[in-house]
Ligand binder design. Structure first.
Ligand SMILES: O=P(O)(O)OC[C@H]1O[C@@H](O)[C@H](O)[C@@H](O)[C@@H]1O
Length: 302
């Protein structure tokens, strides 16, 4: 899921630079389509002022690729344990209908909300939705990610970074400013406080690189192997405790505000924050839970 989310978001950035889509909240002020008196008024909200280009929608894409992975994985898991009788086959069909209905309800809500807050035109969210599903489907055919070594994680990170930077420089060389949309956002956002540095194209890139790096470090670490790949790894109690601890940890982590007076510092900290979040939830917390369970078992034996 993390692979799909990271590569999906990176693909979104590249598509955004290629397609250079406008966003309604600034387009409406600049278009010559309307006479001054017939210009529609678009309400802006604190999450309206996205600073990247509009097409395809990053939120629609992120949501569709991640939920696609969740639904298809759950169905694969259920299919393998439900093929024995007619009754379980019917149950599987029911589960499939429920999960896909939930998938579409979520996607439709995400798409409508992005259009409602004037950050996207409808075709941009639809494009995001479709590309997100395609990225997720593509990863279904790349099984090597499950056993990827740290070296592969680093190589993919270097590739993603260098491709994005080279593409950025190429656009600059062609006299096209890849950050044109940031200027538009700053000009037309109704409230300067609603312009967030974490929505800029490079902030997303560094966040994603950090996440993949953190995941690579975690799944190749000794503590991950001892905890998640060990005998505790398949216990339900271990999984439940990890989930609870991780969700609490993520809520607390979200409270950490990053200084945004310097862009470079913000990007470096974004990288470090995502890397440490992934390392924390994939390796450190499961290891602590594993120690806790082991200690409990030891006490019970005594
Ligand atoms: O294109 P949307 O739906 O407005 O989404 C923008 C978001 O797109 C994501 O891809 C970026 O990582 C975020 O930084 C950005 O805020």
């Amino acid at each position: 899921m993390i692979w799909v989310a990271v590569v999906g978001d990176w693909t979104n950035l590249i598509f955004k630079w290629i397609l250079s889509g406008q966003r309604p909240y600034w387009w409406v002020h600049e278009t010559h389509l309307f006479q001054n008196s017939s210009k529609p008024h678009l309400d802006q909200f604190h999450i309206t002022c996205e600073t990247g280009p509009g097409s395809p929608s990053g939120h629609a894409m992120g949501s569709s690729c991640v939920w696609y992975v969740i639904v298809t994985s759950a169905l694969n898991f259920a299919r393998s344990s439900c093929i024995s009788s007619v009754q379980s086959f019917q149950r599987f069909h029911l589960l499939r209908s429920i999960l896909w209905t939930a998938f579409w309800v979520i996607q439709i809500n995400v798409c409508i909300s992005r259009v409602f807050i004037a950050t996207h035109f409808p075709h941009q969210v639809l494009l995001g939705l479709v590309i997100g599903m395609l990225v997720a489907e593509a990863f279904d055919h790349i099984p090597c990610i499950y056993n990827a070594s740290l070296k592969l994680y680093l190589q993919v990170n270097v590739f993603l970074l260098s491709f994005a930077v080279c593409f950025y420089l190429l656009l600059k060389l062609l006299d096209f400013d890849p950050l044109w949309s940031v200027t538009k956002a700053k000009t037309w956002c109704a409230n300067p406080d609603w312009i967030h540095l974490d929505t800029t194209p490079f902030a997303g890139l560094w966040r994603n690189l950090g996440a993949l790096f953190g995941l690579g470090l975690a799944v190749n670490s000794e503590i991950f192997i001892q905890s998640c790949k060990g005998k505790n790894g398949c216990k339900t109690i271990f999984k439940l405790m990890c989930m609870t601890a991780n969700l609490t940890f993520l809520q607390l982590y979200d409270l950490i505000e990053m200084p945004n007076h310097s862009e470079a510092l913000f990007y470096i900290l974004s990288f470090c924050k995502s890397a440490s979040v992934l390392f924390g939830i994939v390796a450190v917390i499961p290891y602590c839970v594993h120690l806790l369970i082991r200690e409990d078992e030891r006490k019970l034996r005594l």
